[in-house]
Design a protein around this ligand. Structure first.
Ligand code: MOS
Length: 731
């Protein structure tokens, strides 16, 4: 078949669902109007570890409107079958209301169901729970780590001993919580043995498999619906206890139940970016060529599941280093299980490595960009594979030019405006190009419109829009004639909507399905004696604006409508499939960036203000430039949060999170976000996937925090080796 003209892909479209969103027609989980829904509010453990000894529900049950109180004392036993088709980390998942154990502060231990939200909330406050409490272990540095996962090449220890320059650095990062605008929420409804849930999730298929496993149901008996997600940074990547609680409550109450987490509860049992202690030793020669890196990473996990993320990869492939050793240890704590959060693992590793490279540059008196250029690898030294595409050098060149890097004085504390110390910093970022098997159903209707269906969520990056663009070009339709439907487990299965894998995976499935449908139409036309295209060559036909025609003779052709009507087809349909890579890969696939920051630090107060940011990205083909730009701005804003503001604070005496609200857990607001510029390199990576995309939701976040930290050093001469960099640390 002839390649299709590009019209929609690459166009600066606004969101196709924008009007729905601003007019309130886009329904989020809690907004679905399910008849007769009762309200559920959980009671959360007020101890950090121990056992429940008594539950007094009398006052709650006596409260008007309260229908039921469920706890381990009266909950039905749930099968909790194993589920490998989910994002559950290895371990024993938290089984809601199945025993008297409290594993972390804030664990749901009971649920009150009432006719109104107010009655459920008040009822929950009336449930009296007695505990025997033990002191929880919630401090990363005070608990016993698990056995490490190791990586070695060469002999880092020996190389460090003989290195011209050797740095031994310890960095610490805070726990970060996802704070999407939409809180997690679930409405559950049973119909006999069939369960339907409206849920905030980034993976309807994962939530479906988990609910089927927990309740012992066939997969087909569970339907998960999630057409719109009000922001997500990873907390929706697995099914959390509250979703099971809602389904359990609906079963006990024998009516639909709605459960919405409060902002406070969003800090309890739906994951977080784990805090790390990351010890890094660097060895280099005088000219700045790295000779060794030794990484030791300790990260939080829960006592019941072992959560890991891609924190080891950057240290293995970002720079050329003959000798590398890594030890990654999870530390089981009395906390709930962490989960991936934007740029998971990579963002943390990049903060450490990119800060250390800046320290090395300063020590050697080499420009930080030049230092990185000197250590640019020719191939992926961990896999020995060539890079499919790696254009980090161009990111540096363009970034330096656009940001005015030459104006940076390498000597810290050399630029001052009144009380403000001004500094510039930069960092490189990298993220895995993840591609996973996905499917999508395409239907071309007799009226010349098309519908695309895939289970994938759209948590905000604009998946409705970008998939519309892909489908419109592959079918040869205009954007308004294509409708994309997402977020329903009845649609063809797709991978988690996270890890920057959606466009490569789901997009390639959409492309495949549309190509199949276009081929069906072309084949039909060629075979049809009444078609002007009868007997034409398949490879000569393109479709534009819903009309098939010969490429070099646009007059010879006809519309889909005419073709389908004459042939008596109500529609043409195909199931598009993308098969993710399996077995041996021939290339190393990553997306890259260079991120630049300029900060002003109040010399007396230690207050850091970001003044300018620039991100330059090698992310493959950009399907939807306006949304990609918005995605990058969001990634940078998130990075400002990680660098300067976000810190989940735990009281280690009882495991309580003390800032579980948006007044005390600081996220960037408009006043914290300066002039942000983003530039995508023009290019495609066709080794990665048929669309040539490399994924961009993560890479735009990775590298932001170290760029800011390095700018703070350049401004002040102070190297703060922990995130967030707060005013008190700088005093
Ligand atoms: Mo994100 S960690 O890709 O939801």
């Amino acid at each position: 078949m002839s390649p299709q003209p590009r019209a929609a892909v690459g166009a600066r479209l606004s969101r196709v669902d924008g009007r729905h969103k601003v007019t309130g027609q886009a329904l989020y989980a809690a907004e679905h109007d399910v008849d007769g829904a009762a309200h559920a509010v959980t009671v959360d453990a007020s101890i950090g570890r121990g056992r429940i000894t008594a539950i007094d529900t009398r006052a709650a049950l006596a409260h008007p409107g309260v229908l039921h109180v469920i706890s381990h004392r009266n909950a039905p036993t749930l099968p909790y079958r194993d589920n490998t088709a989910s994002n559950n980390p290895p371990g024993h998942r938290l089984r809601v209301f199945q025993d008297d154990k409290v594993l972390f502060h804030g664990q749901p231990v009971a649920v009150v169901i009432a006719t109104t939200l107010e009655a459920a909330q008040h009822g929950a406050s009336l449930v009296k729970i007695s505990y025997t409490a033990e002191k929880p272990a919630t401090d990363l540095t005070e608990a016993e780590p698990d056995k490490p996962t190791n990586y070695t090449r060469g002999d880092a220890e020996a190389a460090l001993r003989t290195a011209d320059v050797r740095l031994g650095l310890i960095y610490r990062t805070a726990r970060n919580h996802h704070n999407p605008m939409e809180p997690h929420a679930t409405i559950a409804r049973w119909n006999g043995h069939r369960l339907t849930v409206w849920d905030k999730t980034q993976w309807v298929v994962g939530t479906q498999t988990e609910l089927a496993a927990v309740f012992g149901l066939p997969l087909a008996s569970v339907r998960v619906i999630s057409p719109f997600v009000g922001g997500g940074f990873g907390s929706g990547l697995r099914c959390w206890p509250h979703t099971v609680v809602a389904a359990l409550a609906a079963r006990v109450a024998k009516r639909p139940v709605k459960l919405v987490l409060s902002r406070r509860q969003m800090y309890f049992s739906n994951g977080f970016r784990p805090s790390y202690e990351y010890r890094l030793q660097l060895g280099s020669n005088r000219r700045g060529r790295l000779t060794a890196m030794a990484h030791e990473m300790d990260a939080e996990t829960s006592s019941y599941e072992t959560f890991t993320e891609g924190v080891m990869q950057p240290g293995q492939m970002l720079y050329s280093t003959p000798n590398v050793s890594q030890a990654y240890r999870t530390v089981p704590l009395d906390v709930n299980t962490p989960i991936w959060m934007r740029g998971p693992g990579f963002a943390t590793a990049s903060y450490v490595i990119e800060s250390a490279m800046d320290e090395l540059a300063d020590k050697l008196g080499i420009d930080p960009i030049e230092l990185r250029r000197r250590n640019e690898p020719d191939l992926d030294e961990s896999s020995k594979l060539p890079f499919s595409t790696r254009r980090l050098r161009e990111c540096y060149t363009i970034g330096a030019r656009e940001f005015g890097w030459h104006r940076r004085d390498p000597k810290p504390r050399s630029r001052r405006e009144g009380n403000w110390l001004i500094g510039m910093g930069m960092a490189a970022g990298v993220y895995d190009t993840v591609r996973v098997t996905a499917q999508a159903r395409i239907r071309l209707n007799a009226d010349g419109t098309a519908v695309v269906e895939a289970a994938s969520s759209d948590m905000g990056p604009g998946t409705y829009t970008s998939q519309t663009q892909v489908a419109a070009d592959a079918l040869g339709l205009t954007v308004p004639t294509v409708t994309v439907r997402l977020g329903d487990s009845l649609f063809p299965p797709t991978p988690p909507h996270g890890g920057s894998m959606t466009m490569a995976s789901v997009g390639s499935a959409v492309l495949d399905g549309c190509n199949q449908v276009r081929r069906q139409a072309i084949t039909l036309a060629i075979a049809d004696r009444e078609s002007p295209l009868h007997g034409a060559d398949t490879d000569d036909i393109v479709v534009q604006g819903g009309r098939l025609h010969v490429k070099n003779n646009p007059a010879r052709g006809e519309t889909y409508r005419a073709l389908l009507a004459r042939n008596g087809h109500a529609h043409l349909e195909a199931l598009g499939t993308f098969t993710g890579p399996d077995g041996k890969q021939r290339y190393s696939f990553y997306a890259y960036n260079a991120t630049f920051a300029e900060v002003a630090v109040d010399a007396e107060l230690g207050l850091v203000r970001v003044r300018r940011m620039l991100g330059v990205y090698d992310a493959g083909r950009i399907i939807s430039p306006k949304l990609a730009e918005s995605q990058a701005i969001g990634g940078i804003v998130g990075g400002i949060g990680t660098a300067l503001l976000e810190h989940t604070a735990t009281d280690h005496r009882d495991g309580r999170i003390v800032n579980a609200n948006l007044a005390d857990y600081l996220v960037p607001v408009n006043a914290d976000v300066p002039d942000v510029k983003v530039i995508y390199l023009d290019g495609e990576d066709h080794e990665a996937d048929p669309l040539g995309v490399k994924g961009l939701g993560e890479v735009v976040h990775v590298g932001v925090a170290p760029a800011i930290a390095n700018a703070v050093f350049n401004a002040t001469g102070r190297r703060i080796r922990q995130l967030p960099i707060t005013a008190d640390a700088l005093l």
